[in-house]
Design a protein around this ligand. Structure first.
Ligand code: FAD
Length: 110
C-alpha cells in the first residue's frame, strides 16, 4: 500500500501548486474543470480513509466547505483551509493561510 505520509506530502505539493497556477480570475470552463478534478480526486485518492474524510468535509451539508473556484486567491485560501482541516485531524500545527502564496507561489521553501 502507498506510504500515506509520503503520498500526502507529494499530493499537497500538487494540490497547492495547482492553486498557485490557477487563473487570477477563472472562467466557467476553468471552474468546471477544477470542480471535476476535485470530485474525481476525492474519490480516487489512494488512501481510502483520507479520501472519504476529504469528500465528507467538502460536502458538508451547510455548504461552508464547498470549493471556492472564482480565482486564485479564493481557491488557494480554500485549499489551505482544506489542508488545515487535515492538520487538525492529525494533531499537526495549523498553517497561517495569509502566508499561503509566499509558501506555494512566490516564495520560500521549507
Ligand atoms: P504536510 O501536511 O504533507 O504538508 C507539506 C507542507 O505543506 C508543509 O511542510 C508546509 O510547508 C505546508 N503546509 C502545511 N499546512 C499547510 C496548509 N494548511 N496550507 C498550505 N500549506 C501547508 N494522513 C493521514 O494520516 N490521515 C488522513 O486522513 C489524511 N488525509 C489526507 C487527505 C488529503 C487530501 C491529503 C492530500 C493528505 C492526507 N493525509 C492524511 C496526509 C497528511 O496530510 C500529510 O501529508 C502527512 O501526514 C505528511 O505530513 P507533513 O507533516 O510532512 O506535512
Amino acid at each position: 500500500p502507498p506510504d500515506v505520509e509520503q503520498l500526502g506530502r507529494s499530493t499537497w505539493t500538487l494540490l497547492h501548486s495547482m492553486a498557485a497556477t490557477y487563473p487570477e480570475k477563472a472562467d466557467s470552463q476553468q471552474q468546471n474543470d477544477m470542480q471535476g478534478f476535485l470530485k474525481f480526486f476525492s474519490k480516487l485518492y489512494p488512501c481510502w480513509v483520507c479520501a472519504d474524510d476529504f469528500q465528507n468535509w467538502m460536502a458538508h451539508p451547510s455548504g461552508r466547505n464547498k470549493p471556492q473556484l472564482g480565482g486564485r486567491k479564493e481557491f488557494g485560501w480554500w485549499m489551505c483551509e482544506a489542508h488545515n482541516e487535515v492538520n487538525r485531524k492529525l494533531g499537526k500545527k495549523e498553517f497561517d493561510c495569509r502566508f499561503w502564496e509566499e509558501r506555494w507561489r512566490t516564495g520560500w521553501k521549507d
